[in-house]
Design a binder for this molecule. Structure first.
Ligand SMILES: NC(=O)C1=CN([C@@H]2O[C@H](COP(=O)(O)OP(=O)(O)OC[C@H]3O[C@@H](n4cnc5c(N)ncnc54)[C@H](O)[C@@H]3O)[C@@H](O)[C@H]2O)C=CC1
Ligand SMILES: O=C(O)C(=O)[C@H](O)COP(=O)(O)O
Length: 375
């Protein structure tokens, strides 16, 4: 059994070698000769998986250690009888913490209290749903837009996108990239939506670049639109628009989901799915894989206010850490991918044990996702 894994998939060699012979290769592009004798292929979002890549190869299973699947032609794989698994929700917490990190930064810069803002969440699945929970735990009002869920009759109040455009101070996109169909999300934020957005709003895209029409956004910003833009994903990648990056308030190289925990969950989820495909139960736990965090514990005195929360959030992950390097290298060939490939360790809030002298603070931090206790 020969298993090809993307070289940027942490722990893949260690886990998949329990099931076969592993070879780690580049994902953009996958060396074509590597596919000639591969039985399985484990990719990340940078690899387009389709007939062009796999026709005529012996590959029988494809796993992607990602939540998004727009890089995979699932219909073609099914037609060919090739097994497939993604890793739904693996990095949702990381994306939520990215959004919080960005909002805390803008709140400090522009002098607002997040609890006085309304956050509109477009796409309320693994990411959007967790973001909603944490924002509400903090006392922030949210407005949710998810037509597929609304039409399924899921619990909760769902609003049309127009309502969020009109009433939300922050518009944050967490949909898959649907290029067509009833729930098309390609250019969901288009010139018309941008024109309808009142001044001084915040737009966040940590889903897929083309969910926001990047040319229309640049045109709006160049035309004097007062809008703060937080962009983790770009149209196109990796050759993003440098003028748009220059206008973005925060710009990062598609790393919102790049916590170590998120990446490790991605690998373990596809490892377990491949084991099930082979009929060989395979299990892996994060605790056997993850190293101890660099910063494990802090003591917190008194009540939690926004400033203290911001400092705690930025202690674990500060989005400026990823914004500055992108601005430095975005114009260089290969710069975008290099930052992603050599991504420094980043942990999730749960890795920080916060010992509080106030019980309410400990309870709130726990609800937000930190490991908190009162002592
Ligand atoms: N920047 C990054 O590093 C990451 C980006 N992503 C992207 O974010 C997307 C969302 O991630 P998850 O929440 O894990 O996916 P998910 O599949 O759990 O949730 C997506 C939600 O969007 C809704 N939706 C679909 N079409 C919609 C539309 N046109 N308008 C509004 N809602 C719509 C779905 O009903 C679903 O509830 C992924 O598909 C992926 O493309 C995910 C993880 C990391
Ligand atoms: O899971 C997803 O969907 C993502 O967007 C990933 O964070 C993308 O990471 P790579 O697979 O491109 O490393």
């Amino acid at each position: 059994m020969k298993i090809l894994v993307d070289e940027n998939m942490p722990y893949a060699e260690r886990l998949f070698s329990r099931l076969g012979e592993v070879r780690a290769v580049s994902g953009r592009p996958v060396p074509p000769d590597a596919l000639n004798d591969a039985d399985a292929l484990m990719v990340r979002s940078v690899t387009k998986v389709n007939a062009e890549l796999l026709a005529g190869t012996p590959v029988r299973f494809v796993g992607t250690a990602t939540a998004g699947t727009d890089h995979v032609d699932e219909e073609w794989l099914a037609q060919q009888g090739i097994g497939f698994s993604a890793a739904p929700g693996c990095n949702a917490i990381a994306v939520v913490e990215y959004v919080f990190s960005a909002l805390m930064l803008l709140a400090e810069r522009d002098g607002f209290d997040l609890r006085e803002k309304t956050v509109g969440i477009v796409g309320v699945g693994n990411v959007g749903g967790r973001l909603d929970q944490r924002l509400r735990a903090l006392g922030v009002k949210t407005l949710l837009c998810d037509p597929p869920r609304a039409e399924r009759g899921d619990d909760g109040a769902f609003y049309p996108l127009e309502t969020l455009v009109k009433d939300a101070d922050v518009l944050t996109f967490h949909t898959p990239l649907n290029k067509s169909g009833p729930y098309q999300s390609l250019h969901l934020a288009d010139a018309e939506l941008l024109a309808a957005l009142p001044d001084n709003r915040i737009l966040i895209n940590a889903s897929r670049g083309p969910v926001v029409d990047n040319a229309a956004l640049l045109q709006a910003l160049e035309g004097g639109k007062t809008l703060s833009a937080v962009l983790d994903v770009w149209e196109p990648e990796p050759a993003l628009s440098l003028p748009l990056l220059a206008r973005a308030d925060i710009g990062t190289p598609h790393i919102a989901g790049y916590s170590l925990e998120g990446k490790a969950r991605g690998t373990t989820q596809v490892f377990e799915a491949f084991g099930a495909f082979l009929g060989e139960p395979a299990q892996a736990s994060l605790s056997e894989l993850l190293p101890p965090p660099e910063m494990a514990s802090v003591r917190l005195r008194g009540k939690l206010n926004q400033d203290v929360l911001k400092r705690l959030i930025h202690l674990v992950y500060d989005v400026r850490r990823d914004d500055a390097p992108l601005r430095r290298v975005a114009g260089e060939a290969g710069g975008f991918d290099r930052l992603r490939k050599h991504y420094p360790e980043r942990r999730e809030w749960s890795s920080l044990n916060v010992v509080c002298d106030d019980g309410e603070t400990a309870a709130l931090l726990t609800a937000l996702g930190f490991s908190a206790s009162a002592a």
